[in-house]
Design a protein around this ligand. Sequence first.
Ligand code: 6DK
Ligand code: ZN
Length: 371
Amino acid sequence: MTTGYVFHPEYLWHDTGTSAGLLPADPTAGVQPAVHVENPDAKRRVHELIHACGLLGELMVIEPRRATVAELTRVHTPAYVQHIKTQSDLRGGGGDAGDGFSPVGHGSYDIARLAAGGLIELVTAAAHGDITNGYALVRPPGHHATANQGMGFCLFNNIAVAARHAQAELGLARVAVVDWDAHHGNGTQAIFNDDPSVLTISLHQAGCFPPDSGWTHENGTGDGTGYALNVPLPPGSGHAAYLNAIHQVVLPALDRFAPDLILLANGFDANVFDPLARQMLTAASYREMTRLLVSAADQLCHGRLIAAHEGGYSPFYTPYCALAFLEELTGTTTHVTDPLAAVVAGYTAEPFLPHQCEVIAAAAQLVERIS
Ligand code: 6DK
Ligand code: ZN
C-alpha cells in the first residue's frame, strides 16, 4: 500500500489578513484587528509534525500543479473563476470570494488553483495505481464553495474539481464524497445535488455553518434524489455519536453506492479543542473513523480514498488528529502518541444521547434510496 502526500509552501502563503474571519477591523466601532482564524499556523504544524516524526519518509510525495481554467469550470462558472482572479489581482490584497469573510489575498487565485490541482494530481496517481490512497494538505479549503459563490473561507471546491476530473479523464464513474468537517459541506452538496453519479455524505454540527443548512431532509433533487445525505449532529457530539453515524449511515451508504473512488473532505474541526465548533472528537476518534473508511475503500474501490484538508483551527491539537489519520492511511505507526490523551479523556467522557441517536436513525432511513 502506498500513500500519496501533497503539500506546497505556497499553500501557507494564501494571505487571509487580519479581519479575524468575522469583520474587518473598525476601531471606531470597537472592532479590533485579529489574525484570521483560517491562517497557516495549524496546517504548517501538521506538516512539521509529519516531517519531524518520520512519517514523511513513508509517503509518496506528489507535486501539485495549478488546475487549469477548463478544469475549474467543470464545477465553477467562468464568471466566478474570473471573479476570484480579479480579486486576487488587487494590489495590496483585500479581495473577497463572496460572503465578506472569505479573503482572497494578492496572488491567492494561483494558490487556490494549486490546491485544486493538488487534488487532481492525487486522484490521477490513484487511478494510475501509483498510490493506493492519499492526503492533500491544502489551503485554501473548498467544501463551502458552490458553482458561483465562495464562502466560509473557501474559494474553489477542491474536492468537486477532483471528482469531476476523475469522472471525465480517469474512468472513475461513481464518486462518493464523505465530509466529516464540523461544518456542512454545502458547496459540494449543491454542485452534485441533482447528480446520482456523485454521492455526498456530510456529518457536521447541526446549524453551525452555513446557518440553516445540512438538514436531513436535504436529500438531493431530480435524478439526484437520495444521493445527498446529511447527519446534522447536535452540538456536544463526540466519539460515540460520530462512530455510530459512520456505522449506521456512512458505511451502509457506501456499500449500496459501490463507488469507484471515495473522496474525503477532511476537516479536523470536530475535535474537542476546536474554536469554531462544539464537537468532542479526539485523535483516537479520527484514528477509528479513518480505519473504518480505509477498510471500506479496500473492500469497495481498491483502497482509493483521497482526502483534502478542510478545517481544523486548534494549532496545538489538529496535528495529532492529522497524525492519527495518516498513521491509519499508511498502516504504520510512529513514536508520537497523542500527548493530550489524558486531558481529553476527562473532557470527552460523554454518553451517547437520545437526541444524537434520533438524528442518526433519521439519516439511516434514507440509505435505502441509494442504488
Ligand atoms: N466564523 C470550514 O472549516 C470553514 O468548514 C468554516 C467557516 C465558519 C465560518 C463561521 C465562523 C468564525 C468564528 C470564530 C472566529 C472567527 C470566525 F471550509 C472550512 F474551512 F473547512 O465560525
Ligand atoms: Zn469546518
